[in-house]
Design a protein around this ligand. Structure first.
Ligand code: NAI
Ligand code: MG
Length: 332
């Protein structure tokens, strides 16, 4: 059994987490659950958005599933996700993007995963005012940072049975920084002879993703390009409400939905657990429980295909609980 830190979060967090845990228990996922607080609710109970007890738990289990958390407006609170990324050196931001039945979207048959480097690039915060009228931001790319994200992408491709990794860059212009990223990623790719490598310049990647996204399998890219491409791809398959995400490092891996805490529908049994359930699927893949991951994904797709089962946000007649009942029924 593996220990798992469960962070229900705020708003609809508790409702969807309860249902996701029901599904995990139904497939006998090998977890011992340890529930901890984060977000606005934790601010009330623990006087902190991210209590030390929660951090200690993740340090111990190295594995967490997190519901959405409300970041209070004002008071200068630092985002929980930024804090966790720094505390646990979560260098890989992973977002699977796939077309789902019953979800309105601009194209079908998309099934790709974006692996975004999460610690370097223009996000390193190395900025200065040269004088009153000139500002500079430094784009920092290292061999170490590029190597570990590329390795993560190829390992993920191998583990999940994918056949191609696309390295997205702008090395034709930023010959040194993006050049280093591309070169290192290609060196890593050479160690995976069963996986095809291609490289795509980021602006062309945007055009290709909109016109023919089906050609992509795994995409590995730098922080800024990854930020933009992740949301572009979420848009392709129906928006941020249905896509899962994970932040992964050597010290911990944290899986979550990308959507927020939806205070407008909290406590009404209306929330769609699809995104968080897909995060649980990613988590099962992460711990090498591919069979259980595939079974849940198949049941989820079957339930989504049924208008009587799926939730109201997707035009269905189901509730949070009844939709989960349908998934569990499909699992047998
Ligand atoms: P939101 O994603 O919570 O809501 C936007 C709209 O989508 C709302 O109409 C909501 O009802 C709907 N929605 C979201 N998730 C849904 C689900 N699972 N099922 C059905 N409908 C769903 O975004 P909003 O309103 O901008 O933010 C609300 C709060 O969430 C804020 O406090 C924000 O800070 C927080 N937030 C947290 C995130 C996280 O923890 N990862 C990410 C984004 C926002
Ligand atoms: Mg973003």
């Amino acid at each position: 059994m593996m220990q798992l830190t469960v962070i229900p979060g705020d708003g609809i967090g508790q409702e969807i987490m309860t249902q996701v845990l029901r599904v995990l228990k139904h497939v006998n996922a090998p977890f011992e659950y340890e529930e901890h607080a984060a977000g606005e609710s934790a601010l009330i109970t623990h006087q902190s958005l991210l209590p030390q007890t929660t951090v200690d738990s993740i340090n111990k289990t190295k594995l967490a599933i997190k519901g959405p958390t409300t970041t209070p407006v004002g008071g200068g609170h630092k985002s929980i996700n930024v804090t966790m990324r720094q505390k646990f050196d979560l260098y890989a931001n992973v977002r699977p993007v796939r077309s789902l039945p019953g979800v309105q979207c601009v194209c079908s048959d998309v099934n790709l995963t974006i692996v975004r480097e999460n610690t370097e690039d223009l996000y390193a915060g190395i900025e200065r005012m040269v004088d009153d009228d000139t500002a500079e931001s430094i784009k920092r790319i290292t061999r170490k940072g590029s190597e570990r994200i590329a390795r993560y992408a190829y390992e993920l491709a191998q583990k999940t049975g994918r056949s191609q990794v696309a390295i997205v860059h702008k090395a034709n212009i930023m010959k040194m920084s993006d050049g280093l990223f591309l070169k290192v990623a290609q060196e890593v790719g050479a160690k995976y002879p069963n996986i095809a490598t291609r490289d795509v310049i980021v602006d062309n990647a945007c055009m290709q993703l909109v016109t023919r996204p089906q050609q992509f399998d795994v995409i590995v890219t730098e922080n800024l390009y990854g930020d933009i491409l992740s949301d572009l791809c979420a848009g392709l398959v129906g928006g941020l409400g249905v896509v899962p995400g994970a932040n992964i490092g050597e010290k911990a891996a944290i899986f979550e939905a990308v959507h927020g805490s939806a205070p407008d529908i909290a406590g009404q049994n209306k929330a769609n657990p699809t995104a968080l359930l897909q995060s649980a699927v990613m988590m099962l893949q992460h711990v090498n429980e591919q069979t259980k991951a595939d079974a849940i994904m198949k049941a989820l797709i079957a339930a989504l295909s049924d208008v009587n089962a799926r939730t109201g946000d997707l035009g269905g007649k189901g509730t949070t609980v009844s939709f989960t009942d349908a998934i569990i029924q499909k699992l047998g």
